[in-house]
Design a protein around this ligand. Structure first.
Ligand SMILES: Cc1ncc(COP(=O)(O)O)c(C=O)c1O
Length: 400
């Protein structure tokens, strides 16, 4: 359509939303569908956070605020970085946006010129490549392997960096694999990055607090202080505090970069919701007690799902360190046929047949840049997960 921009033609609609829509259509047609596509905790926002939002409304804190965040929230964010990550930031080094998604987008919009490369480990969160494209850059990929539990190696990183690399995007624990880099694994990557001063690091720490079995979360600027001046540390309240709908994300980094990001936000959305900002102050400053309690539930579900999927011949499901996703490989099922004669040619045909035959909605691996796999979100009830995994077992047992 000539009316639409050339930029638009560079990006594709979100495949995770496409799966959600297909599952919703089948559900509306009366099919018993279990959705394992959710990218959000199934827990409710904590009561103290809700109370802070209600108080903000009653106190009239309902007007425009400073473009990239109220001082109280920036102060809470600085305290969080010090407390959790040992990182010192001042409020001028902090920006708050409408979700981590906007913060990441602002950073790319503020920095990319045509031809600039954005290095992204695959499998990746679906939005990174398309955001890089929208901002005029070129996404480039480094593939994690099943054998390394989807983590990239220092040699791979070294080989992928070019003179045009502007950003390296890092995400641990990861969406879609749940894989978390240990301190040593991350240090091996930061040692490579240290040698390439033109490369900036955008670390997406959204799943920091969702980690199991004593996983020691760490972030690049903490592991390698030499990278502090060229690292944007991104985080948010969506996942750890079950606040996806409130839309608050934040980042800290060099003042000039933060100022450039503010400029983009000032001419697009302006401040994130004032009420949500006050809720986020309470989330960060208030009790953190529910995090370990929620994590116990997530860990129990992760273990059950991995065990049930690994019991299937043809599926290999690494047990990840964090987030609420697993990313099983189906390489042992490729080439088989369903009882209806549908050949499983790739992970997309697998996911489609699984949804149609057994009513289980998962997202196929090609959407995240690594096949043949699928992503399961275990942010749903134990009963639904057990039933879904039983159906996956039945589906696979029925393949010839
Ligand atoms: C890896 C990752 N980063 C960022 C986001 C965006 O989070 P939000 O915009 O809700 O803060 C998500 C959400 O799914 C995610 O999985």
């Amino acid at each position: 359509m000539p009316f639409l921009s050339d930029t638009l033609s560079r990006v594709k609609p979100s495949p995770t939303i496409a799966v959600t829509n297909m599952a919703a259509e089948l559900k509306a047609a009366g099919k018993d569908v279990i959705g394992l596509g959710a990218g959000e905790p199934d827990f409710d926002t904590p009561d103290n956070v809700k109370a802070a939002a209600i108080a903000a409304i009653n106190d009239g804190k309902t007007k425009y605020t400073a473009v990239d965040g109220i001082p109280e929230l920036k102060k809470a964010i600085c305290a969080k970085f010090k407390r959790d990550n040992g990182l010192d930031y001042t409020p001028e080094q902090v920006t708050v946006g409408t979700g981590g998604k906007q913060v990441l987008y602002n950073a790319l919009m503020a920095t990319l010129n045509p031809g600039d490369e954005v290095l992204i480990p695959a499998p990746y969160w679906v939005s990174y490549p398309d955001m890089a494209l929208l901002a005029g850059g070129e996404p480039k990929f480094v593939e994690g392997q099943l054998q390394t539990r989807f983590k990239i190696t220092p040699d791979q990183l070294e080989a992928a960096i070019t003179p045009k690399t502007k950003w390296f995007i890092f995400n641990s624990p990861s969406n879609p694999t749940g894989a978390g880099y240990s301190r040593d694994e991350l240090k091996a990557l930061t040692d490579v990055l240290k040698k390439h001063p033109h490369v900036w690091i955008m670390t997406d720490d959204m799943y920091e607090h969702l980690a199991y079995d004593g996983f020691d979360f760490c972030t690049p600027a903490q592991v390698e202080p030499e990278l502090y001046d060229r690292t944007l540390t991104v985080n948010g309240v969506s996942k750890a505090y079950a606040m996806t709908g409130w839309r608050i994300g934040y980042a800290a980094g060099p003042k000039e970069l933060i100022g450039a990001m503010r400029k983009i936000q000032s001419q697009s959305t302006s401040n994130p919701c004032s009420i949500s900002q006050w809720a986020a102050v309470e989330a960060l400053n208030g009790t953190q007690d529910f995090i370990p309690a929620n994590n116990e539930t997530f860990k129990r579900r992760r273990d059950m799902v991995c065990e049930m999927l690994n019991a299937v011949e043809g599926i290999t499901c690494p047990v990840p360190e964090g987030a609420f996703y697993v990313y099983p490989s189906i390489s042992g099922l490729i080439g088989k046929t369903t009882p209806d004669g549908v050949k499983i040619e790739d992970d997309e045909t697998f996911a489609k047949a699984l949804l149609e035959d057994k009513g289980v909605a998962v997202v196929f691996g090609a959407a995240f840049g690594l096949s043949p796999n699928f992503r399961v979100s275990y942010a749903t009830s134990d009963e639904a997960l057990k039933e879904a995994c039983t159906r996956i077992q039945d589906f696979c047992a029925g393949l010839n």
